[in-house]
Write a protein that binds this ligand. Structure first.
Ligand code: IMP
Ligand code: MG
Length: 178
């Protein structure tokens, strides 16, 4: 375990099992349809890379960068799409792949923007969900793990752009968050 880590919250083995489960469920739910797997950069890059390989459906993969205005640890209700879809999403089945939902404000605002483009459907798959932090009424359609209100890193998630490379989802030692 990296010396910056206080504890592992979700191990790489648990993540791997969950990714397979989610992939099976998504494959069943969308049977006969093509999806646009939509990775929200940067945090979801590892989860999306694993999840798309667990889904047996025709798909294209898109990468969005969304910035929410707020300070470093809290988001706000306003978002800007910094990198958008390379295609028109009208009539397509959009599956948003996100690392974590916290207040829910980022995805809630993104969802509003995307629904105006008339996709055939829009669903959200998040690896992690901090339900008790929710400030808006946003539910993910697929949730890997509900976690307590702790700031986590690893498996793509960062603190100050670091720690994304850890294979497990971890909580850092207090001194690392200063
Ligand atoms: P929300 O708009 O409050 O739901 O913010 C969600 C975004 O905040 C996520 O996509 C992450 O980028 C970031 N975030 C929220 N909680 C954590 C965490 O515990 N670790 C790393 N990033 C987090
Ligand atoms: Mg994110």
């Amino acid at each position: 375990m990296n010396q910056a880590v206080k504890k592992v919250l979700v191990s790489k083995e648990e993540i791997a099992r969950k990714v397979q489960e989610l992939g099976k469920q998504i494959t069943q739910d969308y049977a006969g349809q093509e999806i646009v797997a939509t990775c929200i950069l940067n945090g979801a890059f590892i989860f999306a890379a694993d999840l798309v390989r667990a889904i047996d459906l025709p798909m294209s993969v898109e990468f969005l960068i969304v910035s929410s205005y707020g300070d470093s640890t809290e988001s706000s209700g306003t978002v800007e799409i910094k990198r958008d879809f390379g295609v028109d999403i009208q009539g397509k089945h959009i599956l948003i792949i996100e690392d974590i939902i916290d207040s829910g404000q980022t995805l809630n605002a993104l969802k509003d923007i995307l629904l105006k483009r008339n996709p055939a459907s829009l669903k959200i798959c998040t690896l992690l969900d901090k339900k008790e932090r929710r400030l808006v009424d946003l539910q993910a359609d697929y949730v890997g793990f509900s976690i307590p209100n702790e700031f986590v890193v690893g498996y793509g998630l960062d603190f100050a752009s670091h720690h994304r490379n850890y294979p497990d989802v971890c909580v850092l030692k207090e001194e690392e968050y200063c």
